[in-house]
Ligand binder design. Sequence first.
Ligand code: TXA
Ligand code: MG
Length: 353
Amino acid sequence: MSRVVSASDPARLEEAARVLREGGVVAFPTETVYGLGADAANPRAVARIFDIKKRPVFDPLIVHVGSREEAAALWIRTPPEALRLMDAFWPGPLTLVLPKKESVLDLVTSGLPSVAVRMPRNPHALALIRHAGCPVAAPSANPFGRTSPTTAAAVAEDLGDGPDVILDGGPCEVGVESTVLKIENGKGILLRPGGVPVEELAKFLPVSPASASFGGSPLESPGRLESHYAPRTPLILLDTPLSASAAEIVRWVEKRRREGAAGPRLGFLAFGAGAVPECFAVSENLSVSGDLPEAASTLFQALRKLDRMNVDLIVAENVPAHGLGTAILDRLTRASSGRGIRALEKFIQGDVK
Ligand code: TXA
Ligand code: MG
């Protein structure tokens, strides 16, 4: 197992910064999720990140910086829209994608001509980057395609002895990854909804969604791959609150029981205070009061918990599509690979495994 040390101990933090400087790999807390960091200018160290995560090299990394100047030094030009966004949201969960200088490693950007940069606001992350004295390339600290970790224990569980050090800074405040925004000709292209709601960004520049096609066109932001963020247990996402379909679901389960079959063991991922029918063996609630920031901060931990409870299927309730709800829905939609209530019906009837 990697060494887990407290991020609040200045001596340990200094030591982790030295590990980064010397080409090691450090898992560290940010306000969004835990990152798996290496010196962005050290190709061998960056290669280790891909190796530890089993991440395909076509998926580029975000470079984490300790100041705006450090960000500007990675981009060919920092346009006025970027400056305004940095003033408004940095440090914080916004990643900006702009054309890169030649000096930025192709391994970091997967050969793309642009580089994604963010300045985290978690004080341990900022202190680590500043002590290391170099920009830090860091994806989320999970195996590729899996749920992002929001605690040091989750990192240790997933990556074992991969990182040289795991800095424990407690649970992450925001709980979903940063918003990734590409800036082009004064406009924003949303590559990933995240910790800064798109409504907030739209106050500063016109923002359009990235085109949805992955097929023929080059992958603009490969993290948008459909199957991302998946727990091991299959998941389906209801497109309504549970109350709208609860009666129907109960009927399917009862019919199956009348036929003498045990039926699948179902887990429920709830949002809000609605009652959960007993056909669900276990449930986790993202926010009983229906608070979206609270739901974002508990999302990945709740998924991990349900994943450990030996259920055959996780059924996730819908959340409102605004504010942080957009990021939550994005993660749940990907985890579900687009499966909804019809898939649930088939699953209960035993047609789908
Ligand atoms: O909150 C976060 O962003 C966390 C913490 C650790 O900072 N990091 C994170 O990294 O979520 P990762 O690697 O799991 O997701 C980075 C996303 C991916 O979807 C990747 O494809 C996209 O950013 N990305 C990175 N560089 C890009 C680039 N040059 N152009 C387009 N998309 C890029
Ligand atoms: Mg990730």
